[in-house]
Design a protein around this ligand. Sequence first.
Ligand code: SAM
Length: 253
Amino acid sequence: KAKKHLGQHFLTDENIAKKIVEGLSFEDYNSVLEVGPGMGVLTKYLLEKPTETFVAEIDTESIDYLKLHYQKLENKHFTGDFLKINLSEFFNSQVAVIGNFPYNISSQILFKIIDNYQQIPEMVGMFQKEVAERTAAIPRTKDYGILSVLVQAYYDVKYLFTVHENVFNPPPKVKSGVIKMTRNRKEGLKGNEILFKQIVKTGFNQRRKKLSNALKPLNIPESLKNHAFMDKRAEELSVEDFINFTIEWKAAN
Ligand code: SAM
């Protein structure tokens, strides 16, 4: 029986399961970590690949079921909370992440992935449609916001397809969306992560205001007060703009 507090909605459509697994490239890494395998509908197709499959599942009952049905998972299952796993301890090389994720912790999962981007070259995952759309959104759209910019600073995000409620047991309340994230910037933000997050969050906090107003709480450096971006709203800046702006800001301080 599905456990609601763990966000358990089991996918019942094999073709969709296959399609999600085929979203991964299986290139440039030897391991894949599946988050929340449940009864193994994706796991089954992952185990057909030459890449090594690992699973992280919080529900011991699911783990018992998986161990019984998939011998290949022997020594490759972590029972526990994905958010608490120290990835660099378990994997000494690159690992792709996949999952039909529990929707109650969607953004924490995304933040865990970007915090570990150096180890995670690729991710294919299902979220509630709204989160998938916000993650993949482009500038000047209503979905473009903090999540879009923070994730896209590290990953190119592609919205793959929408999944209807009725292919799950039990059906969730909302539609789902599958996205693919491909790492885009190996060198990252070069030590400017905290300032970058601050600027993005503060800028979008008052998204209807120009940045000259929205960013006031941050003590804008004098030399940036007449910057061309100050006359724009956060949603008009590309991810690249935000990164460059952060670097200029850092240099001005
Ligand atoms: N992959 C299965 C499928 O597609 O049918 C199950 C998907 S279900 C939406 C989410 C799964 O994540 C459940 O099996 C749940 O037990 C598991 N889960 C919930 N919270 C978790 C966490 N913090 N860490 C790891 N797994 C978790």
